[in-house]
Design a protein around this ligand. Structure first.
Ligand SMILES: NC(=O)c1ccc[n+]([C@@H]2O[C@H](COP(=O)([O-])OP(=O)(O)OC[C@H]3O[C@@H](n4cnc5c(N)ncnc54)[C@H](OP(=O)(O)O)[C@@H]3O)[C@@H](O)[C@H]2O)c1
Length: 385
């Protein structure tokens, strides 16, 4: 669909939609974050669900300005059960572009090139307007992941980079993340290698996932880090406890929370009867997604529901807005296969919570113990403490 047709269509749709007064108020207001006035995205008609603000990940030479919310593309065809047709998925990704999203997240390992190829096809013709992040570091032999090992050797980083560029159909990656630490390759070697790729114009910026403060400091000295991408949401606060979020603040590094809805759980559409596709969903292997844990943890969704009801917002919006109100250098990347969820999630960018509301939410959520760990023992062993 051409941009003009999209705008015409969305204006008509906007006229027909009855937007709750609370949302009207927050979407119309210009946002001021930490004293900085954020320029509204004027090309998108008022009332249309969109991200109209930008945030900067990283600082100095590593600064990277992107839409305040990105799009996690993994679930479009990997690890999130059934998904719509390729045509529908491509149309959805392009809707996200038209609605202001400029950061799209994928990885070599999401179906081993399968997800990258879909993202590349969806964003063909749009790459002058958007950035694509990919990730290296898992070990593959003949396309099959060796789950007990990681590979961040310079040769593998370069190989993954070339594959990602080809799969995505771009000359430069916006971000290139190390997916998990490789205990056999010092982080200095990794940082030097990505530094060379930056000089060669193959990547713009880089980051790491699930690393600790020591690794971040060592890496940042060699090649300035733009963002850390680790799990962070209402049910998983490790980055608050292990000093990573504070270090990002100190060093001027951005933070990209992955699985910001706890793999869909905080959206409230998963319950103890939910059955995940046994051939395409890692949630069935996770302790936190076993029926008993889902039942116990649903109390957290109910807290978000109760909070949202008096404000006209959904639990998913409460979860995303909480992250975005936490720090101005946070850019969440929720994933979805549905236009209605994309719209719901993007509207969270306009929701401002007061300090009292943030405290109220945190107090209510932390009063509920979370049942079940987020990963199995092998996956957890790959996470730096
Ligand atoms: N660096 C890493 O190690 C790492 C690990 C995992 C993920 N990631 C990245 O993070 C991205 C997002 O992670 P994720 O997919 O695990 O988790 P997520 O974004 O927390 O949740 C995605 C799930 O939530 C559902 N959902 C989305 N919006 C919703 C809404 N408004 N209401 C109810 N349900 C909603 C989606 O289902 P529908 O399709 O039905 O909307 C989907 O199944 C991935 O795409 C990937 O790029 C990175």
């Amino acid at each position: 669909m051409s941009r003009r047709n999209f705008l015409k269509r969305t204006v008509l749709a906007g006229a027909a939609i009855c937007i709750a007064p609370t949302l009207e108020k927050v979407t119309a207001a210009e946002r001021v974050i930490d004293g900085k006035s954020v320029v509204p995205h004027t090309a998108i008609p008022a009332g249309i669900a969109a991200v109209r603000t930008q945030r900067t990940l990283g600082s100095g030479k590593a600064a990277f300005t992107v839409s305040s919310m990105g799009y996690g593309c993994m679930g479009l065809n990997h690890n999130r059960s059934q998904y719509p047709s390729k045509e529908n998925e491509i149309a959805l990704v392009r809707e996200a572009v038209e609605r202001g999203v400029t950061l799209f997240d994928t990885a070599e390992s999401y179906g081993y090139h399968v997800n990258e190829k879909l993202v590349g096809e969806a964003l063909k013709g749009y790459t002058d307007r958007v950035f694509i992040s990919s990730k290296f570091g898992h070990k593959f032999v003949n396309g099959v992941q060796v789950k007990t090992e990681e590979d961040s050797t310079p040769a593998n980083i370069r190989r993954v980079c070339e594959n990602s560029l080809r799969n995505l159909g771009v000359e430069t990656l916006g971000m290139f993340y190390q997916h998990r630490i490789d205990p056999n390759t010092p982080i200095e070697v990794v940082a030097e290698t990505v530094g060379e790729l930056i000089k060669e114009g193959k990547i713009l910026h880089w980051g790491m996932c699930e690393v600790n403060v020591e690794t971040i400091r060592r890496a940042h000295k060699i090649c300035p880090v733009t963002a850390i991408q680790s799990e962070y949401h209402f049910m998983h606060h490790t980055v608050e406890e292990n000093g990573v979020l504070a270090l990002c603040d100190e060093l001027g590094i951005g933070f990209v929370p992955y699985s910001p809805l706890n793999r869909g759980f905080l959206g409230g559409m998963i319950n103890e009867y939910t059955r995940f596709d046994p051939t395409n969903d890692n949630r069935q292997t996770l302790p936190r997604f076993q029926p008993e844990a889902i039942r116990a943890n649903y109390r957290i969704v109910e807290v978000l529901n109760a909070f949202g009801r008096t404000r006209g917002i959904t639990p998913a919006q409460v979860a995303l807005a909480w992250l975005m109100n936490k720090k101005t250098f946070i850019v969440p990347i929720p994933g979805t296969t549905k236009l209605s969820h994309l719209e719901e999630n993007l509207r969270a960018c306009d929701i401002v919570f007061t300090a009292e509301e943030m405290n109220e939410l945190e107090k209510a959520v932390t009063a509920i113990p979370v049942m079940g760990s987020r990963y199995d023992a092998l996956q957890e062993s790959k996470i730096q403490k």
